[in-house]
Structures are given as structure tokens and as C-alpha cells.
Design a protein around this ligand. Structure first.
Ligand code: AMP
Length: 121
């Protein structure tokens, strides 16, 4: 079940503010409040999808394609395409997802370092 009280749902409903980077009919991109890189954006679809699995299973093909273009347009707006960036999606307990509305992180603005995993041996 999707939780309508989650913070990104409230951002979509404009009940709480955010620093908008880019917006279209499929999604909204804004700056992460606790950035982990010089540029840290979040891109969220305009629909009730709690995670990646929900989005892929429940969104229409138009929404799935459109949302990927929302991400690409955000990359364009941020001006980070040529220097590079990392896209990241957390899901569930092991993935460390905190907000139960599907979102894609864009990390950029400098080298974002190697991928790490706290419990990798
Ligand atoms: P995740 O761990 O993938 O669920 O990431 C959630 C992200 O949302 C974290 O990077 C938080 O810093 C960010 N975040 C939480 N609340 C807000 C908010 N009100 N505005 C912008 N970003 C937020």
C-alpha cells in the first residue's frame, strides 16, 4: 500500500516546499535536503508508487518512458551530462530506502567516489 502521508507525496501536493530543478507532466526534480555530493537531486514520478517494483509493475509504458525523460531533462538542466553523474535507487530494508515514494537520486558536481556497501566482505 502507498502511504499518502510520506514526505514526497506532500512535496508533490505542494504541502511542503522544495527547491525545484525541473518539472513536467511525468515527474518533479528537486534538491536533496541533506546532499551527499556537491549536486544531489531527487527525481520523483507523479503517481502513487512506493518503490521501483511498484513503478515498473503499475505505471503505464508512457509513464515509464516519460519519467526516464524527466530524469534526462533534469541532467540537462543541471548541466552535468558531459562531466558525469551517478543514478541511484534504494529499495526496501536492504537497500536503505527511507521515503516510501519511488525516487531516483542524481549525484554529481564532482567525483562521487567508488560504490560502497557497508557489509561487503
Ligand atoms: P532514500 O534513502 O533513497 O529513501 O532517500 C531519501 C532522501 O530524501 C534522502 O537523501 C534525504 O536526505 C531526502 N529527503 C528527506 N526529506 C526531504 C525533503 N523534505 N526535501 C528534500 N529531500 C529530502
Amino acid at each position: 500500500m502507498y502511504d499518502d502521508a510520506n514526505i514526497f507525496s506532500k512535496i508533490l501536493k505542494k504541502e511542503i516546499p522544495c527547491r525545484v530543478i525541473y518539472e513536467d507532466v511525468f515527474g518533479l526534480a528537486f534538491h536533496d535536503i541533506n546532499p551527499k555530493a556537491p549536486i544531489h537531486a531527487l527525481v520523483i514520478p507523479k503517481g502513487k508508487f512506493k518503490n521501483f517494483d511498484d513503478f515498473v509493475k503499475l505505471a503505464t509504458p508512457d509513464m515509464i518512458v516519460g519519467f526516464h525523460k524527466t530524469i534526462e531533462n533534469t541532467i540537462e538542466t543541471l548541466g552535468v551530462r558531459s562531466e558525469g553523474y551517478r543514478l541511484l535507487v534504494n529499495s526496501g530494508l536492504n537497500g536503505g530506502q527511507e521515503v516510501p515514494h519511488f525516487h531516483v537520486h542524481i549525484l554529481a558536481g564532482g567525483p562521487v567516489g567508488p560504490m560502497t556497501c557497508a557489509h561487503h566482505h
